[in-house]
Design a protein around this ligand. Structure first.
Ligand code: LLP
Length: 416
């Protein structure tokens, strides 16, 4: 599953002791395993080997340059959602032909830059956006490929903030409107409307919503083809769930065997945009217990990482396993105590885990918050004027600093 394992009661990332990393680089610290990252990318690639899709890693999950570069080197494309992500994607050295651009609010400037940089596709989310891309492409004297993002109106059975393919979500275009766009595509002279995109949500653990959505979309593609519109590309999005606690998500192979028979009914080339599946289990956040605070109602382990470093528990009530870096499992189990693991931020919502059991936990101990590779550092902020943490990537016994800790000067750099 991942490369974070205990050796003689000490947590390691690949061949490197996490305790040593914390001593050298300080805490909080994001630690990534290169092997876990790459092996998850390969799992998808192999599961879909029979159709060789273009796998565009969804860089919103973790847009650190070294992480993107490692995947680009493996052959991945990138799924972007902003001018900032385009900037990072190009810095990561991806070929623009492997960039797809989604998002409901692309600005004219962002569209212009992306067209000039010759990205592959815009995944278009509304008619006004389609008109704007057509206009900008015309001004630049070029033809731009676009895919229409369909909202297939399925419930994805995940947290309500991260479903995107239900009728009431802001994403995508309903079938009827999309049908009209394709049939009237000649109106958009500067566009090559040749693809369909869908993405129904994130952290989806069973294949059923994917199957349902894909059947609808494939049926729609057939309908369009009988009306003379050729669909050359189908982008099936991301959304594959991972294990945070007791979920049993479909594996890449199970996902592939569930949907390949549907995808093989059409001729379109397949693009996919997994984020979490690739990077989620490849990272942990190491934090040090600052204080143990006992109150009449609770024990708190106050650590040096907070909701600014990992917002998922506060924002979605997400569960992340929290392990002691030095395992105390050999101690007498009478020493088990229950703690809320909380950060230093001035909000009651600033917690990393609630009611967690530890043996002999004390001030100065290191904890490892698991599964933070996706939507961990990429959602970090400077709230409470806290410095964003550093990150390292481990490759066997080698360690590379991939983001330095911010300084106080960084905090005010953009202020006038
Ligand atoms: N493609 C599109 C168009 C997306 O909007 C997303 C994620 C992905 C691909 C990648 O989805 P993934 O394979 O990672 O599930 N911050 C939330 C997750 C938000 C996902 C947003 N869109 C979280 O921490 O759970």
């Amino acid at each position: 599953m991942h490369d974070f394992n205990y050796k003689h009661n000490n947590l390691y990332c690949e061949a490197v002791s996490i305790e040593k990393l914390a001593e050298k680089y300080g805490t909080p610290l994001y630690v990534y395993s290169r092997n876990t990252l790459i092996s998850h990318y390969r799992k998808i690639k192999e599961a879909f080997g029979s159709i060789s899709p273009l796998i565009c890693y969804s860089m919103k999950a973790n847009s650190n340059l070294s992480i993107c570069k490692a995947l680009v080197k493996e052959g991945a494309g990138l799924d972007i959602v902003s001018g900032g992500e385009l900037y990072r994607a190009l810095k990561a050295g991806v070929s623009p032909k492997k960039i797809v651009y989604a998002g409901v609010g692309k600005t004219e400037k962002e569209i212009e830059t992306a067209i000039k940089r010759r990205i592959s596709f815009f995944n278009v989310e509304s008619i006004p956006e389609l008109r704007l891309i057509n206009k900008v492409a015309g001004t630049l004297g070029t033809q731009q490929k676009v895919a229409i993002r369909i909202n297939p109106d399925v419930k994805a059975k995940t947290h309500k903030y991260i479903t995107t393919g239900h009728g009431e979500n802001k994403f995508g275009i309903d079938f009827e409107t999309a049908g009209k766009i394709f049939l009237e595509r000649a109106r958009y002279k500067n566009l090559n409307i040749s693809g369909i995109h869908m993405h129904i949500g994130s952290q989806i653990v069973d294949s059923e919503p994917f199957i349902k959505a894909m059947k609808r979309v494939v049926g729609f593609i057939k309908y369009l083809e009988t009306h003379g519109a050729e669909i050359r590309w189908l982008n099936i999005g991301g959304g594959l769930g991972i294990i945070y606690s007791k979920e049993r998500p479909q594996t890449a192979k199970e996902y592939a065997s569930a949907i390949l028979p549907i995808l093989k009914k059409i001729k379109a080339n397949i693009i996919m945009e997994p984020g979490r599946f690739i990077v989620g289990n490849a990272g942990v956040m190491v934090t040090r217990v600052q204080y143990i605070k006992e109150t009449p109602s609770k024990n708190f382990a106050i650590v040096d990482a907070g909701m600014n470093d990992l917002i998922r528990p506060s924002l979605y009530g997400a569960y992340h396993e929290i392990l002691p870096v030095r395992s105390h499992s050999y101690l007498n189990s009478k020493d088990v105590r229950v703690f809320d693991v909380v950060g230093p931020i001035c909000e009651s919502g600033d917690f990393l885990g609630k009611d967690r059991k530890f043996v002999g936990l004390k001030e100065g101990d290191l904890l490892s918050v698991m599964g933070i590779g996706a939507y961990g550092s990429s959602m970090a902020s400077n709230y409470n004027s806290r410095l964003r943490a550093s990150g390292v990537m481990v490759d066997g016994s080698k360690v590379k600093l991939i983001r330095r800790r911010e300084t106080y000067e960084d905090l005010i750099r953009a202020e006038l």
